[in-house]
Design a binder for this molecule. Structure first.
Ligand code: ADP
Ligand code: MG
Length: 292
């Protein structure tokens, strides 16, 4: 590629809300046939809101939320922010957690008011050795509606559920339609639960889902697709997505996302609008055609 044509493409990209890091990214993108997209913050707004607090029998709703939020003050995860905001909106006074620990892809744990509290998904429960068939059934029903549901355990038993809802970005449905029309195979990869993922993917016509994945799994999924001969672009926003963005033939970061994601990516979508990928594809095809 000539420096001139790349400069032109870079300038046009910037106007269209896509920052292109270098010529390699633009060239590689022309050959991409598979697009992996993270869910939270990429397909969705990434600003989840507290939707429900469901105490188990014998437990108090406000107390469950207070314990959960006290713990989540130590986490920067969007789910944590939703829970803390929800608790504050209800006027709850939060405590300071001790021995706070964030377990990637699972949740958080620590000690609040002398009680061992944990908050997270089924993997977190498994790690704690806690079984909760009834709470799991309740959680699943809400997940089928697209909510992310977390278990709250207190002193080793499930005390309640916390549900959080994160709406799909306004720009996402049209962008996915256009990306399909351009011939991309679209795969959602998310650390979230299979049911929640399926509920959201179903509405968007996504081709395939990889749910319950850990951050290192996202990079592995990409390596496997590459081993099958696929050219893979990955769109993501989180610190957790950085290894996958680096592994992909083209990493696409949301400008609204974490700095480390942006640093790991070849493209940045300034406003986090996936429609930017459609514009980048047209640009990459046009640029490469001019060069040949
Ligand atoms: P995503 O790929 O959707 O951005 P993550 O890998 O960050 O998801 O998180 C995966 C799952 O782990 C979440 O859906 C949630 O169930 C659980 N989790 C992660 N961090 C937290 C947290 N701070 N509090 C509660 N649950 C969490
Ligand atoms: Mg994310």
């Amino acid at each position: 590629a000539t420096p001139m044509s790349i400069m032109t493409a870079t300038g046009r990209g910037a106007q269209a809300g896509v920052l292109i890091k270098n010529a390699e990214a633009l060239e590689a993108f022309e050959r991409v046939d598979t697009l992996i997209v993270d869910k939270t913050g990429t397909l969705t707004v990434g600003k989840p809101e507290l939707a429900a607090v469901l105490p188990e029998a014998g437990h108090d709703e406000a107390e469950i939320l207070r314990l959960a939020a006290s713990l989540e003050r130590g986490s920067e995860h969007p789910l944590a922010e939703a829970i803390v905001r929800g608790a504050e909106a209800r006027g709850l006074t939060l405590a300071n957690a001790e021995a706070f620990e964030a377990v990637t892809g699972m949740g958080v744990k620590g000690v609040v008011d002398g009680k061992a509290v944990a908050l997270g998904n089924a993997k977190m429960l498994a790690q704690l050795g806690v079984e909760a068939p009834a709470a799991t059934a309740t959680a699943n029903a809400r997940r089928d509606e697209g909510e992310t549901v977390m278990f709250v355990t207190v002193d080793g038993a499930v005390a309640g559920l916390v549900g959080v809802a994160d709406p799909v970005k306004e720009t996402t449905p049209q962008a996915l339609k256009d990306l399909h029309a351009l011939g991309f195979r679209i795969v959602m990869a998310t650390g979230d639960n299979e049911r929640t993922a399926r509920a959201i993917a179903g509405r968007l016509g996504i081709d395939d889902i990889r749910a319950d994945v850990l951050p290192e799994d996202k990079a592995r999924i990409i390596r496997e697709l590459q081993a099958e001969g696929r050219k893979v672009a990955m769109a993501g926003d989180g610190v957790n997505d950085a290894p996958a963005l680096a592994q992909a033939d083209v990493g696409i970061a949301m400008g609204t996302g974490a700095d480390v994601a942006i640093e790991s990516a070849g493209f940045t979508l300034v406003k986090g609008d996936l429609g930017g990928i459609v514009r980048a594809r047209r640009l990459s095809l046009a640029t490469m055609r001019n060069i040949r």
